[in-house]
Design a protein around this ligand. Structure first.
Ligand code: ATP
Length: 450
């Protein structure tokens, strides 16, 4: 993990947030390469989930929503974690996690009183060996206020998930998109959670991005649709370069299910700090739409187009993906070290669709003629591929850098190129070098990058 975090900083993937002010704990800024990778991940997902399907549409809901949404969804009442504090250091911990780590007991779903009793009985101390406070509920939702002080002031929340905008707009989408069940809505956007124990780089942060799908179905169809999305996400994981061998599935035991779910299966990933949730998939029944119907007083039923007398509240399958965790799983999967001529070569083996740059154009020297030809090659390729142009430092150092940022192809323009119109293409993984005519470059690369 340390190697990865340092590479991310050194090469411009991810920087500590607000660094010149001493940082802000657990906040991260995505640098030039990191933001490009996040865009590539989101674009790939959106293309496959929305653009290539005739049963899916997109949405971009507001982050700030009417606070009643969060009452209806159950977040106001249940989106809490049990918090304990070290009485000396004032460091905060999730009581359930602490008990689980120390005793191995599974305490999911236990009340505050029950947790307090276990802490007392087992004499559980903080990791620094100090007394703990009694557990208390800690809301995971960030609160803020809208409007001027006084009467117009209203307490509102930063959304802790993107999902609710899709339920709230179910009727709008149904009435305007001509979709019929089964169909889904997809959304990508920021979510905010006041996590008690954020950490592990970008794994758990207070601010993160989600890609979520609410897939509306008939109740009788849920098992089939659940399985289809389960398969879909495994294939997608492989297509974006997540190492299948590091993946596993974990079905939640009935007593661990969220209040809205009848079945949840998480995709787990073996991160360097342990096997943890990467993505979720939940069968949410008709809980959300029923709740919003109740709280809003609006009719959210669906009418069967083949039988107008048949009206029902659709059931929902929800595949959910964290963008930042996806990026972290890709970074972990791609990181590789190998010995080359007695030296360690660090190489990020990104898939072509996700790599920040697909091609680097590297004139051998800064001489004007080479720069001119190099720029020409760059301008010919940069409409179709993500290209970088770099003419500084020795070629060895430049290859090293491109390996570390995972660029699949390097094109070297040399003095012979001026004579014979050919350049050298170096393959990142095999390090094989092929001499290619400049006018054949596009088709050569296209075959490889498919
Ligand atoms: P966890 O058990 O790790 O807290 P969760 O089950 O609460 O996660 P969901 O509510 O299912 O997570 O959120 C959907 C997805 O959003 C997760 O699978 C994960 O990829 C991502 N995610 C959730 N919380 C965070 C966070 N604090 N930081 C980064 N990504 C997150």
């Amino acid at each position: 993990m340390e190697k990865l975090v340092s590479l991310c900083k050194r090469r411009g993937f991810i920087f500590p947030g607000s660094e010149i002010y001493g940082g802000l704990a657990n906040s991260w800024d995505y640098g030039p390469l990191g933001v490009q990778m996040k865009i590539n991940i989101k674009n790939d997902w959106w293309k496959k989930v929305v653009e290539e399907r005739d049963d899916m549409v997109g949405l971009d809901g507001a982050i700030l929503m009417n606070p009643k949404v969060w009452e209806a969804s159950g977040h106001v009442e249940t989106f809490n974690d049990p918090l304990v504090e070290d009485k000396k250091t004032h460091k905060r911990y999730r009581a359930d996690h602490l008990i689980q780590d120390i005793t191995g007991m599974d305490v999911d779903g236990k009340s505050l009183d029950e947790l307090a009793a276990i802490i007392k009985e087992k004499d559980i101390k903080s990791p620094d060996g100090n007394e703990l406070t009694s557990p208390r509920q800690f809301s995971g939702m960030f609160e803020t206020t809208a409007g001027a002080a006084g009467e117009g002031k209203q307490v509102i929340y930063l959304r802790p998930e993107t999902a609710q905008a899709m339920f709230v707009n179910f009727k709008n989408v149904l009435d305007t998109s001509r979709k019929r069940i089964p169909f889904g809505i997809a959304q990508i956007g920021k979510a905010f959670r006041n996590e008690i124990t954020p950490g592990n780089f970008i794994f758990r942060t207070l601010e993160f991005e989600q890609m979520e799908i609410e897939f509306f179905i008939e109740e009788s169809d849920w098992e089939k649709q659940f399985e289809l999305w389960n398969k879909w996400r495994l294939n997608w994981a492989k297509s974006i370069g997540i190492n299948e061998k590091l993946l596993s599935f974990e079905e939640h035991a009935p007593e661990k299910l969220s209040h809205y779910s009848k079945k949840t299966t998480d995709v787990m990933f073996k991160f360097p700090f342990g096997v943890q949730e990467l993505w979720g998939l939940a069968y949410r029944t008709d809980y959300d739409l029923s709740q919003h119907e109740k709280f809003s007083g609006q009719n959210l039923t669906y009418t069967d187009p083949n039988d107008n007398s048949r009206k029902f509240i659709p059931h929902v399958i929800e595949p959910t993906f964290g963008v930042d965790r996806t990026l972290l799983a890709i970074l972990v999967s791609a990181y590789d070290e190998e010995e080359v001529n007695g030296e360690t070569r660090v190489v990020m083996r990104f898939k072509n669709n996700i790599a920040p740059y697909q091609i680097a154009i590297l004139p051998l020297s800064k001489k004007e003629q080479l720069s001119t030809l190099g720029k020409e090659v760059f301008n010919n390729l940069n409409k179709d591929y993500r290209c970088e142009y770099d003419e500084t430092q020795s070629i060895g150092k430049r290859y090293r850098r491109q390996d570390e940022i995972g660029t699949p192809f390097c094109i070297t323009v040399d003095f012979e190129s001026l004579e014979d119109g050919m350049v050298t293409v170096r393959d990142r993984d095999s390090m094989e070098q092929t001499r290619i005519a400049i006018d054949k470059l596009n088709s050569f690369i296209q075959d490889k990058i498919q």
